[in-house]
Write a protein of this length. Structure first.
Length: 277
């Protein structure tokens, strides 16, 4: 049974990675120790928070909504901002031990609608950056491509959900109370009252040792994220929301019950199996 996801991977754009693909090179270095990388990432993220300020423009496009500035005065830094929050999330290491990670974040704008869950589908605008503030991806259009299935299909790597840090981040936001409007050209007109946050994600909650285009191995990520719409997902169309057919621990480890494991010819968790209600 697949009941532990060490590094959640996605397959559309940079949010949807190829990190589950086996490296066929016999000379490929094994992944580094999770605890060691955790400590390095946390130190780098905290240093960024202590040496940067930010300016938020609520009416700007997501690519321009948040700008960072540098400071030598820790007292006015992001790190000292009373609105800075953190999530504690566990990751399994190579020895099947949990290693706790901290995901720091700021809510820049409270959404006016409902919250999402880690098992839902979301329409988002986002910008992804490294700690050197280089941009590796951002939303450029308003289209169906901005819908993401956060958890995806864990039995099919081509349909896997977003990286774990991204889905946990989205779940901290409220969507817009207004609806998306579909235009005749296939694009959307989107409301501006959705929740906005910036999230500082350790690499073990992203791509870890699996380098991506413009994302080095073991790189922490910064995501500025606007949650515009959310849909309560029911992956197997059995009338029961997917969030009610998985189990999320207090520290974010998701397990996937299988009600008829002895009957299925291959593994099929409850949230993908209409026979399990």
């Amino acid at each position: 049974m697949i009941n532990k996801i060490v590094f959640s991977i996605s397959v559309i754009s940079l949010l949807f990675a190829t990190a589950c693909k086996k490296n066929d090179s016999s000379n490929a270095a094994p992944p580094r120790d999770v605890t060691e990388v955790r400590d390095e990432n946390n130190s780098a993220i905290v240093n960024f928070l202590k040496t940067h300020t930010y300016t938020y423009s609520p009416t700007a496009e997501i690519s321009e909504a948040l700008t960072f500035g540098t400071t030598s005065n820790t007292a006015i830094s992001i790190y000292k901002n009373p609105n800075l929050k953190s999530l504690e999330l566990d990751v399994y290491d190579a020895n099947d031990r949990t290693v706790r990670h901290t995901l720091y974040y700021l809510i820049l704008q409270e959404g006016t609608g409902t919250t999402t869950t880690v098992a839902d589908s979301v329409y988002v605008n986002y910008k992804g950056q490294l700690l050197d503030l280089s941009v590796f991806e951002e939303t450029n259009t308003q289209s169906t491509a901005n819908w993401f299935d956060l958890i995806g299909n864990i039995t099919n790597s081509r349909q896997a959900g977003t990286i774990r840090g991204f889905r946990e981040s989205a779940a901290q936001l409220k969507a817009s109370a207004s609806k998306l409007s579909l235009n005749t050209d296939g694009t959307y007109t989107v409301p501006t009252d959705g929740g906005v946050g910036v999230f500082f994600i350790p690499s073990a909650l992203a791509y870890f040792n699996n380098a991506q285009n413009r994302i080095p191995a073991y790189a922490p990520l910064i995501y500025t994220l606007r949650l515009i719409a959310t849909r309560r997902a029911d992956h197997d169309h059995d009338g029961k929301p997917s969030i009610d057919e998985i189990v999320r621990s207090p520290y974010g480890i998701i397990s996937y019950p299988d009600c008829d494991a002895n009957k299925d010819s291959s593994y099929l968790p409850d949230y993908l199996d209409a026979d399990c209600k």
